[in-house]
Design a binder for this molecule. Structure first.
Ligand code: HEM
Length: 128
């Protein structure tokens, strides 16, 4: 979205027409919201007795606001059916030998949807 007028938010000057994007990575990795955010601990999304899902306000895989995912309801059902079918058929175990720390490289990019030349044009890509 674009700023409709010059404004100041939390001390930051935002000039009119500035393109503004929410930083979901910061929300997903905020230690004030998540205990040890980089730790793989699926049970953080479950109730104490591990029987029901917690609906966490800061869990936003379908984005937020007017352009959030209209397929959220279908997506949740699809993922549930897909995973529960797999878990019924297979016994899945973690391979602790490959338990490596995740590393990231941040980019801000825009990629062409259709490429008439057929080459691998990656569009505009700024490494941060
Ligand atoms: C687990 C499954 C899904 C996840 C995690 C997901 C996630 C998302 C996210 C994060 C966005 C926002 C993208 C952005 O801001 O650029 C989005 C947009 C969108 N999603 Fe999904 N989605 C899922 C399933 C679906 C399904 C099943 C449909 C349709 C049947 C769908 C249709 C759309 C559409 C049309 C948009 C664009 C909305 C707009 O720009 O106004 N999604 N989705």
């Amino acid at each position: 979205m674009n700023a409709s007028k010059d404004m100041v938010i939390s001390g930051f000057k935002i000039p009119k027409d500035t393109h503004i994007m929410a930083n979901f990575w910061a929300i997903d990795n905020d230690p004030n919201l998540w205990e040890n955010p980089s730790e793989f601990r699926p049970q953080r999304f479950l109730s104490e007795d591990l029987k029901t899902f917690k609906k966490l306000e800061h869990l936003i895989p379908f984005s937020y606001g007017k352009r959030s995912c209209p397929g959220e309801g279908l997506g949740v059902v699809e993922v549930f059916l897909y995973l529960s079918s797999l878990l019924q058929k297979y016994d899945i175990k973690a391979n602790h030998k490959t338990d490596q720390k995740l590393e990231y490289e941040f980019h801000f990019s825009i990629t062409a949807k259709h490429n008439p030349n057929g080459n691998t044009n990656r569009g505009i890509d700024h490494k941060l």
